[in-house]
Design a protein around this ligand. Structure first.
Ligand code: RTP
Ligand code: MG
Length: 139
């Protein structure tokens, strides 16, 4: 067993489309524990920390603006290899390319260039998970 924690966000498109329950249901059905959960409209400051690795990329500013556009749900999940496991549940970044059976593949819409509207975020490594859990939930 390799019990891990990961930071998951349901992005503003997921909240607006009333998919919070569906997404949490998929997480729980898979067997992961939701150990922290809250809803908030993120500030620019929190998003600049969260997306620091993408600063300077062409999609950075639209992504930050989109993430500030409404409430998000932030959660910490716990489970065996949950970092990789949640990213597998979420599917690849672009909803059009994401496999059927995944959150993005089943529920994500084809928004053309608006790749930021892909319903969820999940930490991509144990280092990212630690950093992001600190940003959204504190030490
Ligand atoms: P995430 O961090 O949200 O779990 O998704 P990811 O690892 O699959 O994607 P990442 O490369 O970390 O990018 C973070 C978010 O930025 C938006 N994005 N837009 N070319 C684009 O317009 C573009 N590329 C990435 C997406 O919302 C992605 O989730
Ligand atoms: Mg990422």
């Amino acid at each position: 067993m390799s019990t891990e924690r990961t930071l998951v966000l349901v992005k503003p498109d997921g909240v607006k489309r009333h998919l919070v329950g569906e997404i949490l249901s998929r997480i729980e059905t898979k067997g992961y524990d939701v150990v922290e959960l809250k809803m908030l409209t993120p500030t620019r400051q929190i998003l600049e920390q969260h997306y620091a690795e993408h600063e300077g990329k062409p999609f950075y500013e639209p992504l930050v603006e989109f993430m500030m556009s409404g409430p998000v749900v932030a959660a910490v999940l716990e489970g065996n290899r949950v970092i990789e496991g949640f990213r597998s549940l979420a599917g690849t970044t672009e909803p059009t390319a994401a496999a059927p059976g995944t959150i993005r593949g089943d529920l994500g819409r084809d928004w053309g260039l608006k790749v930021q509207q892909n319903l969820v975020h999940g930490s991509d490594s144990s280092e990212s998970a630690e950093r992001e859990m600190g940003i959204w939930f504190g030490a």
